[in-house]
Design a binder for this molecule. Structure first.
Ligand code: ATP
Length: 461
């Protein structure tokens, strides 16, 4: 079990804000619980993480198709999926402050395993053990709370106009299953993939971007013959880890795959494995994979009366495909990448903070500086090198703010793997060093002189 490190979490939140990764949502109005906004480096980091995922799971494969479905869906979708009836979390209220808590979390914090407990059982446990709210007040009866955000579609606000903001991206794929069959005629096994927003009215959002009310998911629905679920499940479970370690550069020792007990699985799942990560808040769920059986397609057939079966021409067999769902919570990936990379050390006698990000995900691949800002010939040469690199590598930054030490500190905290400095030797003050620059390594601080012509390939590799 990973230790909790609230101090580290505070440092990450502070760095994320200071360097323009993640800002509190609606901050000038005091924020809005469960929402955060991405700043420029956050967007760049986010795009890298999404692009690596899309490349691995969609572009490089012939059997997975990308889609992008609407967030607002016909409310019947959520009746069929079981979310209207069953997408609940257990809620209990501090009877004095009226603050609301997840009853299962309160029990867990008090050493009681809430796995498989009904709300009634949770109420009993709270009563019997005399458990109080974190403020020390009595707690009310536990009841189920539906986490979907309700809204009204159109000008009339009554029962007939109710719709929901989607609590998962998955259903957008199930309702497009037939469109995919009819247009691209894929053969089983095949999948659909989507990256998009999901909304959950979490009872207790918090822990920075770990538990949000508005977040993003990257999900795959992979359709298989019912006899083929197990091998496909295991393959995707391995691929999830591979993505975390080899694409995002997460430390393998901090990743734990945990099988979920039957009574703790989502209502649609017959087998689930969560991938947990050692976050600063302890070992917690990063992403998951579920065997959704034919639950969703079958429910949509029953509710919509549309035929969502698959016909295997070779075997002459018609059936409802079963589904394996690897799901990746996007913000938790960002938090994992930031906490995995957050480092403190000492360099040249000074304390320093840096983000040891994999170059795959680093928002800036290299930063180019003129040694001095007020020497036009240095600035011109630095601009020339910057333009040259930018043609070959997209995320290159030009930086001439403050002194060189400040620039290094800034780039270290952004996680930029390399800094390139143009100095008087580059201009030919020492003729032997003409057209060479210093290339500084983020992790070691080591600087070496390299020729401008070798820069792009050195940075890329
Ligand atoms: P948890 O148990 O933490 O509430 P969950 O098991 O309900 O999560 P899933 O329904 O499996 O989550 O959703 C898939 C993924 O979406 C999760 O693995 C997680 O990474 C992410 N996720 C779920 N809820 C949130 C949230 N409120 N904020 C941020 N990410 C979330």
């Amino acid at each position: 079990m990973a230790d909790k490190n609230p101090e580290l979490m505070e440092k990450i939140i502070s760095l994320a804000k200071r360097r323009g990764f993640v800002f509190p949502g609606s901050e000038v109005y005091g924020g809005l619980a469960g929402t955060w906004d991405y700043g420029p480096y956050g967007v760049a980091l986010a795009n890298n993480i999404k692009n690596l995922w899309w490349k691995r799971f969609v572009i490089e494969r012939e059997d997975i198709y990308g889609i992008d479905a609407a967030i607002l869906m016909n409310p019947k979708v959520w009746e069929a999926s079981g979310h209207v009836a069953g997408f609940h979390d257990p809620l209990t209220e501090d009877l004095k402050t009226k603050k609301r808590y997840r009853a299962d979390h309160i029990l867990g914090d008090n050493g009681i395993d809430p796995t498989g407990m009904t709300p009634e059982k949770m109420s009993d446990a709270i009563r019997e053990k005399g458990i109080k709210s974190p403020e020390g007040n009595p707690l009310g009866e536990v009841r189920q709370f539906n986490m979907m955000f309700k809204t009204h579609i159109g000008a009339t606000e009554d029962e007939t106009s109710i719709s929901y903001l989607r609590p998962e991206t998955a259903q957008g794929m199930f309702v497009n299953f037939k469109n995919l069959l009819d247009t691209l005629h894929p053969k089983l096994p095949f999948g659909m993939a989507q990256i998009g927003k999901a909304f959950r009215n979490e009872i207790a959002p918090g822990n920075f971007i770990f538990r949000l009310r508005e977040f993003q998911q990257m999900e795959i629905e992979y359709f298989v013959h019912p006899n083929e679920w197990r091998n496909n499940f295991d393959t995707f479970l391995a691929l999830q880890k591979d993505y975390l370690v080899n694409d995002l550069g997460l430390d393998e020792a901090r990743i734990h795959q945990v099988e979920i007990a039957p009574e703790d699985r989502a209502h649609y799942s017959k087998h689930s494995v969560d991938t947990e990560f050692d976050f600063p808040i302890g070992q917690r769920e990063l992403l998951g994979i579920a065997y959704r059986t034919d639950h969703d397609l079958k429910s949509h057939i029953e509710t919509s009366s549309v035929d969502l079966t698959y016909y295997d021409e070779e075997k002459g067999e018609r059936f409802i495909p079963h589904c394996i769902e690897p799901t990746f919570g996007f913000e938790r990936l960002i938090l994992a990448v930031l906490s995995n990379g957050y480092m403190e050390d000492e360099m040249n006698g000074e304390a320093r903070t840096f983000l040891k990000l994999s170059p795959n995900v680093a928002p800036v691949k290299a930063a180019v500086f003129p040694l001095l800002k007020n020497k036009p010939e240095l600035v011109a040469k630095a601009r020339e090198v910057y333009q040259m690199l930018k043609k070959e590598i997209l995320n290159i930054e030009f930086d001439d703010n403050g002194n060189i030490g400040k620039r290094y500190r800034r780039q270290d905290e952004i996680g930029t793997p390399y800094c390139v400095t143009i100095d008087f030797d580059t201009l030919g003050e020492n003729p032997e060093l003409k057209d060479t620059v210093t290339l500084r390594d983020r992790d070691t601080g080591e600087q070496k002189r390299v020729h401008i012509n070798d820069l792009a390939s050195l940075i890329k590799n």
